[in-house]
Design a protein around this ligand. Structure first.
Ligand code: FAD
Length: 562
């Protein structure tokens, strides 16, 4: 019997479900409803349409309703909002483009209505110069406003992915302030990794207001919670999204604890004839051992395919998602997978981390630059929990590799052993991934101990013994206040001058030479020795943005970012 399948939402999840359904069932009647004017556009590229990276909005549209119809024989109804579901009658109510409402019946219904921007009730949020960035109409409105009002300044409220990408792209033509209530941008990243990206924004002229949210939007300015006022001919609100669940709620479908639509492993809601996918639906998060929300494009497309499969009688194991993601901030790329430090602590998993900063390619190759890679693992099993990388080049490649290993339940040993491709222009023979595995194993086996760079300010203020094992020239170019310089090459001859009765904190440029020093010191009877993870390079980056934003006294005489 011919199935009749209705789909609500025509972008990532909806269009994917429709196309897969057609591939599996040539005879089904498939109707896709989209309330906006376009289907199948790249929402992820929307921020890039605010700079010249994406020259115009038509470039964002990957598929027109006409082509979709012709290729897939799928009836696409744009400008058509599904406003209600009658589960008993198996019909939906549609508000058509001409304003007239009608009912459409279904055998199966797939909901992929996405998420909507959260707009806090702050005074002035309805002013004409306040925008969100969710769809092509939003992007068009922002572009027209900038051009039509000769805007020169902008404030972006919210330092999540959309906020940061929006700020970075607007900064191509406007003087931009990015305000964030947390103490860092991009909270899915650890605090130390986010500092690297904050520096990149500052270096490119974006003003940062951290620990600060919008209190009121005025003409040409935003008043922040701190009382500070920042200029803003244009304001983009990017404080987060919430799943669009009104249709599902009103129809009595179960909503999960996360606030998104509850679904089983096949994407089926509490009504067996209705499926939900994408930002509106929950997904399995195996590292957290729970279901939750994940507003990312790949899970939307993958779950859409799964729902289509289930409607056509096919099922496959649902392994859930690690939540891998990436972002480009000016000349840097950052990527992460799995759990971050805050998640791991909230889950009370005993853990440690490996932080390595090798060159992203062989150092003599043009464009070689440091790659910051941090890998979290469980203690004492060495099971991988998450990883984050920031740098020029391809940090995302390292995270993709680690994501694959985590997905298979892998350990530090797996990272250390994995056989990766190598040539000088794109990696080192022992890649960052291997180094992170090896450093983690050394930590796990007690071959050295470490402290994070976040502890160093406290150590300096407490007058702790800090040993800098770089060469004298490196020390002279910038060092931690109060640190003693004994180069690694001279260390064995100058042990007598070092204290054995209190902890010794050792660092070099990136943590590698100081690891060697820790081994020498341990072999020579120094019991309380700690490597400063990431060493001077990570410390400089960790301290820089906060020093600059707060005007506090630096703990280093000069920063070193190379
Ligand atoms: P959407 O793709 O948002 O589609 C939902 C559609 O449903 C919308 O077009 C909406 O108009 C329509 N709709 C809603 N209600 C109804 C109704 N009642 N009737 C008819 N139509 C309806 N993810 C990444 O992984 N990487 C990125 O770099 C990234 N960048 C992003 C940048 C921006 C600016 C945005 C907004 C999102 C970004 N995302 C990114 C997230 C990603 O786009 C979403 O996770 C994905 O699009 C979700 O797919 P979806 O089908 O659930 O929702």
């Amino acid at each position: 019997m011919t199935k009749k399948i209705l789909i609500v939402g025509g972008v990532a999840g909806g269009a994917s479900a429709a196309a897969r359904l057609r591939r599996l069932d040539e005879t089904a009647e498939i109707i896709l409803f989209e309330k906006g004017p376009h289907i199948s556009y790249s929402s992820c590229a929307l921020p890039y349409s605010l700079s010249d990276t994406v020259p115009d909005l038509p470039s964002l549209i990957l598929m027109t309703p006409e082509r979709f119809r012709a290729q897939h024989r799928i009836e696409v109804r744009t400008g058509s909002e599904v406003t209600a579901i009658d589960r008993a009658a198996k019909t939906v109510r549609v508000a058509g483009p001409d304003g007239r409402a009608y009912d459409e019946s279904y055998d199966f219904l797939v909901l992929s209505p996405g998420a909507e921007p959260i707009l806090p009730p702050i005074p002035g949020r309805d002013r004409p110069h306040v925008f969100t960035l969710k769809d092509t109409e939003d992007a068009e409105a922002i572009r027209q406003y900038i051009a039509g009002h000769h805007a020169r300044t902008a404030a972006v409220i919210g330092g999540g992915f959309i906020g940061v990408e929006t700020a970075a792209n607007l900064a191509a033509s406007l003087d931009v302030t990015l305000a964030e209530t947390a103490d860092q941008i991009l909270t899915p990243f650890d605090h130390d990794m986010a500092q690297i990206l904050q520096k990149e924004l500052l270096d490119h002229g974006v003003h940062l207001a951290l620990h600060d949210g919008a209190a009121a939007i005025e003409d040409g300015a935003v008043r922040l919670a701190s009382g500070r006022t920042v200029p803003a001919d244009l304001v983009v609100m990017a404080i987060g999204v919430r799943p669009r669940t009104a249709l599902a709620r009103d129809a009595g479908l179960a909503i999960g604890a996360s606030g998104a639509i509850a679904v089983d492993a096949d994407g089926r809601t509490s009504d067996p004839a209705i499926f939900a996918v994408g930002d509106a639906a929950e997904v399995a998060l195996p590292l957290r051992r729970m279901k939750g929300r994940l507003s990312l494009a790949f899970p939307a497309q993958k779950e859409a395919r799964r729902a289509a499969d289930a409607i056509c009688g096919r099922t496959s194991p649902n392994r859930g998602y690690l939540g891998s993601f990436g972002i480009e901030v000016f000349d840097l790329r950052a990527a992460a997978t799995g759990l971050n430090e805050r998640d791991i602590e909230a889950l009370r998993i005993p853990h440690d981390f490996a932080y390595v900063i090798p060159f992203a390619r062989v150092s003599l190759m043009p464009g070689a630059s440091p790659l910051h890679l941090k890998v979290h693992f469980e203690v004492p099993t060495g099971r991988l929990l998450g990883a984050q990388a920031v740098g020029r080049g391809t940090p995302d490649r390292r995270i993709d590799v680690i994501a694959a290993v985590i997905a298979k339940g892998g350990t530090l040993e797996d990272l250390a052993d994995i056989d990766l491709c190598y040539a000088p222009p794109f990696a080192t023979a022992k890649d960052a991934v291997h180094l992170a595995g090896l450093v983690g194993l050394n930590l796990l086996h007690g071959e050295f101990r470490q402290v994070p760079v976040s502890a160093v300010r406290g150590l300096v203020e407490a007058g702790a013994a800090i040993l800098d094992v770089r060469e004298p020239g490196e020390y002279a170019a910038g060092h931690i206040r109060g640190a003693v310089n004994v180069p690694l090459s001279a260390l064995r001859d100058r042990l007598a001058g070092l204290p054995k009765d209190r902890p010794l904190y050792v660092h070099c440029r990136s943590g590698q030479r100081s690891y060697y020093a820790c081994r020498i010191l341990a072999a020579r009877g120094f019991r309380d020795v700690y490597n400063i993870a990431g060493s001077y390079l990570a410390l400089s980056l960790y301290e820089y943005a906060e020093d600059r934003l707060t005007g506090r006294e630096p703990i280093v005489t000069a920063y070193n970012f190379r």
